[in-house]
Each structure stands twice: as structure tokens, then as C-alpha cells.
Design a protein around this ligand. Structure first.
Ligand SMILES: Cc1ncc(COP(=O)(O)O)c(C=O)c1O
Length: 378
């Protein structure tokens, strides 16, 4: 990979944290449920291949990706664990997906016909539409769809799946209950025609943490595998309804170093658009990271950590540079390490905190750290 930001800013990933998170899930799902971390979107920005290998070594069973290209990268990197592709695979690429022994999400007849025509053994997981209204077959159409699939001898219905729309955004889980009821209805319908799909799955991180009844035979856990809670609401629900010592460890630390220290007088503007004017003589640290790297230009009121202390971002985030005030950190000097996300001393800047400053969520914060920023596994 071409690391165009090498040396300027980088991401450190703690393997210990990734392994801890796998073990936390294993404890709550037990030995008989398959643990399938979601490693799509460059493992939520943490680094696809290394994270996948670490998860498997720590005891995960399957891996979920979004695209065939991610699956290819895993196979090329020596990963032999079962891979489930959650997203769309183009008709012309289905042969390749079958060759790589990927499990495919299925919800339309065109795809089934194309898989049938390939003639080689193919494993699919039928997605049931229970209320997210993305991919999925309606419960009323499920039997017909399954009969259609069964007319192709080479296609195995290995899985039946659905995805929750509103399990992490709220402490009111009635919509999730409704979706689960629809999923169970689908399962019963298929049982009524003698079809018992071996691997049923619906749980994302929040559902897996909060509701054991969603575990079925496999859980697809994304965000929490990296040590982040899906939301504050999930954390609150967990404290209220479960609260049995489920301890996640955030795996990602994003770092840079000071490229320049300078002192500017009172009454000076900082950065593009002259959005910040100094009210007093100000010591600034210039940092070689910007929105190209994924440091959101919308950041408002953000901080970084220098020498274990908070330094506020001043002026607009530029493409490759940010300016932070270090007037109250007199010891800050050239090439000192800077924490953009992570811990330093007693201070922490979490991806959740960063997301609040940027008007978004932890999922987006870490997945948007440019793939070219080096990931260093420690
Ligand atoms: C189909 C599907 N399953 C599981 C997940 C994992 O969700 P989470 O990261 O909340 O655990 C996702 C994430 O977007 C998803 O799209």
C-alpha cells in the first residue's frame, strides 16, 4: 500500500484490545454460537487483514465483509475462515465469489438464477425483510423464494438472516422486538414446509450485548469488536438490563506529531476564513493532519492531547494541517507525540467524543480515517 501520510500521522491498533473484545463476546454467547466479527470498511478503519487474523486467532469463527474485493484481500492474505459477504456482488462477479467459497446474502431471483447457472456448490443466506427496508425478502414471499432456490441443486440455503433498524439508537427496543417477531415468524413458516435453516442470525453488536434471544447460531458483531459501544443508549440499556461486567477495550489510537511551535500576538486570525481571532498572545502547535486523512473539517470545539493535556483546535481544519493552542502546555515542543483519538495520561479522546465534535458517530469517525494512513499493530 502507498502510505502517503507515512510519518505524519498514523494509527496504532492494540491486538490485546481486539482479542479482549472477542473473548468478551465469547463469554456472553457461549461456545456453540458462531462469532462473526464484521471487518467491512477496512475493519471499521482499523485495518482489514491484520484485524481479521487477530480476531480469528483470538477465537472468532467467521468474518463478515461488505464486498467481494474485501473477501479477495482476505483470501490473498491467507485467511481460510468462512467469509460472509453482507453486501451486493455484481452478477458478473458471482463466479469469483463461489470460487472463493464465500457465503452470499441472497434476496433476489436474478442472483439465484445466476448462481444456479454457475453449477458449482454455492452457499447462501436468505435475508428476511423485517423492517429495515434495505435488502430482504418479505415474510409473505419467503416460502415461494425458498422453493425457487431449492429448484437449483447446487445452491445450499445455509443461513437465514435479518438486520435490526433501531436497536442502538434508542433505549426503547419495541421496534427491534417487532423485527425479531417477524424473523421468528419467517423461521416458523419455513419449518412448516420442513426447512430448518442451520445458521440463523440477526444480532449486531447492540443486540448481541443486550438480548441473548437474538444470538441464534451466529452473531455479526462490528463496532464492539473494536472496543466501541454502539451508542450511549446501548450502554445505558446494558447498565440497566444486563450489567454483568462486559468490558470492551478500544483498540484504536490515532497519533501525529508537532511540526512547528510558534507564538502569535493577540488580535491575529488563525487559518482559512479567519474564523478564529486570538484574544491573547497564543502559543500554537501546527500538526500535519487534516481532512484528507479523515480529521473532519466540521470539527467544532475539538481537542487533541499533548503531554497528557488537552489542546484546543483553533481555526478551521485544513486539508493537511490543523492548528492547536498550547499556551497552557509550555513543555510542548517540536515532534512531540500528539493524540488525536486515544488516551494520554489521565485524559482520553474517544471516537464517540470526536464524533460529537464532528456531528457524527464513532462508526463514521474510525471508518473515515483514510486507508492510506498507516495502521501499526502493537
Ligand atoms: C448487515 C449487518 N450486520 C451487522 C453489522 C454490524 O453492526 P454493528 O457494527 O452495530 O455491530 C452491520 C453494520 O453495519 C451490518 O450492516
Amino acid at each position: 500500500m502507498n502510505n502517503l501520510s507515512r510519518g505524519l500521522n498514523w494509527v496504532e491498533i492494540s491486538k490485546e484490545a481486539l482479542s479482549n473484545n472477542v473473548k468478551q463476546f465469547r463469554r456472553i454467547i457461549g461456545e456453540n454460537v458462531l462469532l462473526c466479527p464484521c471487518v467491512k470498511a477496512n475493519a471499521y478503519g482499523h485495518g482489514l487483514l491484520e484485524c481479521s487474523k487477530t480476531f480469528i486467532e483470538a477465537g472468532a469463527n467467521w468474518l463478515a465483509v461488505n464486498s467481494l474485493y474485501e473477501a479477495e484481500a482476505l483470501r490473498a492474505g491467507g485467511v481460510v475462515a468462512p467469509i460472509y459477504i453482507l453486501g451486493y456482488v455484481e452478477m458478473s462477479e458471482l463466479v469469483r465469489a463461489v470460487e472463493l467459497e464465500c457465503r452470499l446474502v441472497a434476496y433476489n431471483r436474478e442472483m439465484i438464477e445466476a448462481l444456479g447457472a454457475i453449477g458449482k456448490p454455492a452457499k447462501i443466506h436468505i435475508k428476511v425483510e423485517t423492517g429495515n427496508n434495505r435488502q430482504g425478502v418479505f415474510v409473505k414471499d419467503l416460502i415461494e423464494f425458498v422453493e425457487f432456490v431449492k429448484s437449483f441443486g447446487n445452491i445450499e440455503i445455509e443461513g437465514l438472516t435479518t438486520h435490526f433498524a433501531n436497536v442502538e439508537d434508542t433505549t426503547d427496543h419495541s421496534y427491534a422486538e417487532l423485527q425479531l417477531a417477524k424473523f421468528n415468524e419467517g423461521i416458523k413458516k419455513l419449518e412448516s414446509i420442513g426447512v430448518d435453516v442451520p445458521i440463523k442470525h440477526c444480532a449486531n453488536s447492540a443486540a448481541a450485548i443486550l438480548f441473548p434471544k437474538t444470538h441464534f447460531q451466529l452473531v455479526r458483531v462490528g463496532i464492539a469488536s473494536y472496543g466501541m459501544w454502539p451508542s450511549n443508549e446501548t450502554y445505558l440499556s446494558y447498565l440497566k438490563e444486563v450489567g454483568d461486567g462486559f468490558k470492551l477495550m478500544p483498540a484504536l489510537t490515532w497519533k501525529t506529531k508537532i511540526a512547528q511551535i510558534k507564538t502569535i500576538p493577540a488580535g491575529e486570525y488563525i487559518g482559512y476564513g479567519c474564523t478564529y481571532k486570538t484574544g491573547h498572545e497564543t502559543k500554537l502547535a501546527i500538526l500535519p493532519v487534516g481532512y484528507y486523512d479523515g480529521y473532519d473539517r466540521g470539527i467544532n470545539g475539538g481537542h487533541v492531547l499533548i503531554c497528557g493535556k488537552r489542546a484546543p483546535v483553533r481555526g478551521r481544519v485544513c486539508m493537511n494541517i490543523i492548528m492547536v493552542e498550547v499556551t497552557d502546555i509550555p513543555e510542548a515542543k517540536l515532534e512531540d507525540e500528539v493524540i488525536l483519538i486515544g488516551c494520554s495520561g489521565d485524559e482520553e479522546i474517544s471516537a464517540e467524543q470526536f464524533g460529537k465534535w464532528a456531528g457524527t458517530i464513532n462508526y463514521e469517525v474510525t471508518t473515515r480515517i483514510n486507508e492510506r494512513v498507516p495502521r501499526i499493530f502493537v
